[in-house]
Design a protein around this ligand. Structure first.
Ligand code: 13P
Length: 263
């Protein structure tokens, strides 16, 4: 955590929840807030919810009223054209998304997204005015072979070469593959070290602008372990999968990171 950067807590719902289920979650969250559940001041903590694509537009108005941003989970390159199934950044922005996850390891693996494709998608997000949350991270085998720093550097360098520097919009999420959905999160000190490597790499490319780039941690984050990551020097928040799907566990995380209201 660093005063120069506003921490982010982002929920990645992946391919979970129908549109009515997504709406019900957000309506219930809104009701809980009206009843006094903690909701951080958006100038102090940025909350982002990334539902499935069809749910973006339906939930956006309610979330906006709560000061919560809406993110997509993928973006295609280009603006429009003969791309069956494609959804451009402009279309996402029209559906009221302001953020987009790019290069999640599930997309790299299941859809064979290369570093070059991920970099092009990050650039597409920038040109559509979206905030890209770019995921990087090593597999278990790469970690065991001592390749973490090299893998993350390769993935991040491709993105740094493709996007404009300096406006502080780029968000990096360090998500080691072995920690995703396994219940075995990284040790905060290790995640912090990788985040430090990321920022050093960004600083080498962009200079002081690196201080404005947020680096999140993702992988088996829950209400029980989030504070360790939240307070790590080089980390600026968390990207949460499974533990964001159930309202009570999401509320527990939001409550844990919400600064105490000033007296
Ligand atoms: P889990 O929190 O379920 O491990 O998922 C992490 C993730 O992939 C977020 O993008």
């Amino acid at each position: 955590m660093n005063a120069e950067r506003r921490p982010m807590l982002a929920a990645n719902w992946k391919m979970h929840k129908s549109v009515p289920e997504s709406l019900a979650f957000v309506r219930m969250w809104s009701r809980r807030v009206a009843e006094g559940a903690a909701l951080p001041d958006p100038t102090q903590v940025e909350l982002v919810l990334c539902p499935t694509l069809p749910a973006l537009w339906p939930v956006a108005g309610l979330l906006d009223a709560m000061g919560v941003a809406v993110g997509a989970q993928n973006v295609d390159v280009g603006t429009e054209g003969a791309v069956t199934g494609g959804v451009s950044g402009h279309l996402l922005a029209e559906a009221l998304a302001t953020h987009v996850i790019v290069g999640h390891s599930e997309r790299r693996r299941l859809f064979a997204e290369s570093d070059a494709v991920v970099a092009a998608k990050a650039a597409a997000a920038f040109s559509a005015g979206l905030t890209p949350i770019v995921c990087v991270g090593e597999s278990s085998a790469e970690r065991q072979a001592g390749e973490t720093q090299g893998v993350v550097a390769r993935q991040l360098t491709a993105v740094l070469n493709a996007v404009p520097e300096g406006d502080g919009r780029l968000v990096v999420a360090y998500e080691p593959l072995w920690a995703i959905g396994t219940g075995q999160g990284a040790v905060p000190a290790d995640a912090n070290q990788v985040a430090g490597w990321c920022r050093a790499l960004i600083a080498a490319a962009w200079g002081p602008a690196a201080n404005r780039v947020r680096v999140l941690y993702g992988g088996s984050v829950t209400g029980d372990n989030i504070l360790g990551f939240w307070h790590a020097d080089e980390l600026d928040g968390a990207l949460v999968g499974g533990a964001s799907l159930e309202l009570e566990s999401w509320l527990a995380m939001v409550r844990t990171v919400a600064p105490a209201p000033s007296a």
